[in-house]
Ligand binder design. Structure first.
Ligand SMILES: NC(=O)c1ccc[n+]([C@@H]2O[C@H](COP(=O)([O-])OP(=O)(O)OC[C@H]3O[C@@H](n4cnc5c(N)ncnc54)[C@H](OP(=O)(O)O)[C@@H]3O)[C@@H](O)[C@H]2O)c1
Ligand SMILES: *[C@@H]1O[C@H](CO)[C@@H](O)[C@H](O)[C@H]1NC(C)=O
Ligand SMILES: *[C@@H]1O[C@H](CO)[C@@H](O)[C@H](O)[C@H]1NC(C)=O
Length: 353
């Protein structure tokens, strides 16, 4: 059995990848996590041929230990907690260390390189994103002639974000659901997270085709008007997209005044001149996705690679019984909520003492 190191395997994106690799029976999986005792880590540790290794993405000794002895690697660094500068450094270092350790196939989980797609217009540059585009270019630039092959898996916004974060609609007193946001008429390449499992498995299984490839995936390419209309069609409840200017959206959604972009990482996370505020981060994010600047996906290629993929937003809403309600998807946000609850409980118990 070939072993694959998965970085980010307890996260929204990594979980389905770990599950697919494990259930294929062709691969064993080693998952790097900061906490082997977390609920999500313990859940995947129950799967056949999945083991955990404790360590962090931003420690080179941990990376050496993690890559040592594995056949392949699937790497999703968390730009949200690392910040742009660290994600760029450790993104490149992880690739270099994997080569040193003799890894044979490296799959890098990237996102659209927004600033480059926007012809270097800084209005489309945000901190939890562009490091991945740079690292993907760096990796593919090393070529495929050496001992290690590499592939890139590029995802846009998760379709599952309709359940968590900025794509959850607000239920109104009259029973309708409103997406009030600054998206214009751009089609967003939303990806069903569960399908990242089969795509990743295909990349590892078919190395002669996948070496050097940037597999750009999406389930469906839809505008927010279409999201609201599909919701109405599927649920019978009224869905509405209401355009609001970016400044108004930022004012309403900012977690707290002057919040940093990586606020989920807590007050002691690394921050410096290169760090963005939450507002600096999410203005460009909305502009890029909401104006449809990203490159279109090759849906025919995706049908060939993964014939049973979910093929439309409508199919996804039916399959997952979507009702416009919030549900935890992102581990970072889930951890933050847990920490907040713990602090409140501690506050209560010290009040009563
Ligand atoms: N949300 C979207 O629509 C979307 C779309 C495309 C790309 N992305 C990108 O995906 C990345 C986040 O992944 P996700 O969506 O799976 O988020 P997530 O559910 O919040 O998971 C974060 C993952 O990163 C790990 N992690 C965080 N900091 C770490 C550190 N210092 N060392 C080791 N592991 C660390 C966590 O592992 P442990 O807690 O177990 O250590 C967890 O597995 C971000 O870079 C984001 O930009 C997001
Ligand atoms: C994989 O898991 C199965 C079932 O748990 C076990 O029997 C087998 O020994 C494992 N293989 C490896 C290589 O760990
Ligand atoms: C990819 O690899 C799998 C497993 O080895 C194989 O069944 C499949 O035919 C391959 N697909 C392509 C398109 O080469």
């Amino acid at each position: 059995m070939k072993e694959i190191l998965v970085i980010g395997g307890t996260g929204a994106q990594g979980l389905p990848v770990v599950k697919s690799l494990s259930s294929s029976k062709r691969f064993a999986v080693r998952v790097l996590t900061r906490d082997v005792n977390s609920v999500r880590a313990q859940e995947i540790a129950q799967l056949p041929n999945v083991t955990l290794i404790q360590g962090t993405q931003d420690n080179q000794k941990d990376l050496h230990r993690a890559f040592r002895g594995v056949y392949g690697a699937w790497v999703n660094t968390d730009g949200f907690t690392l910040g742009e500068k660290n994600e760029l450094f450790y993104g490149c270092r992880a690739y270099e260390i994997a080569r040193h350790e003799g890894v044979q196939h490296y799959v890098y989980a990237s996102t659209d390189y927004a600033l480059k797609d926007a012809s270097w217009n800084e209005d489309y540059h945000w901190g939890h994103n562009d490091a991945k585009g740079r690292v993907a270019d760096f990796i593919l630039a090393q070529g495929q002639t050496g001992a290690m092959k590499s592939s890139v898996l590029t995802t846009g916004p998760y379709m599952d974000m309709l359940l968590d974060g900025h794509f959850v609609p607000q239920e109104q007193p009259d029973g309708s659901f409103v997406w009030a946001n600054p998206a214009k008429s751009g089609k967003l390449p939303l990806i069903n997270l569960e399908d990242l499992g089969p795509y990743s498995l295909w990349l590892f299984d078919n190395i002669s085709e996948s070496a050097g490839m940037d597999l750009r995936v999406a389930t469906d390419e839809v505008t927010f008007e279409e999201i609201a209309a599909t919701f109405t069609r599927v649920t019978g409840k009224k869905g509405v997209h209401q355009y609001i200017p970016i400044e108004d959206w930022l004012n309403a959604a900012e977690p707290y005044p002057n919040a940093p972009a990586n606020f989920v990482a807590g007050p002691n996370a690394h921050r410096d001149e290169a760090s963005m505020t939450w507002r600096e981060n999410f203005g460009p994010w909305w502009r890029y996705w909401g104006e449809g600047i990203c490159q279109k996906r090759d849906l025919e290629l995706l049908d060939r690679i993964h014939p049973t993929r979910v093929k439309s937003l409508e199919e996804w809403m039916v399959k997952y019984k979507y009702e416009g309600k919030q549900k935890n998807v992102l581990k970072g946000v889930e951890d933050l909520k847990k920490a907040a609850r713990l602090m409140m409980d501690q506050g209560k118990s010290s009040d009563s003492n």
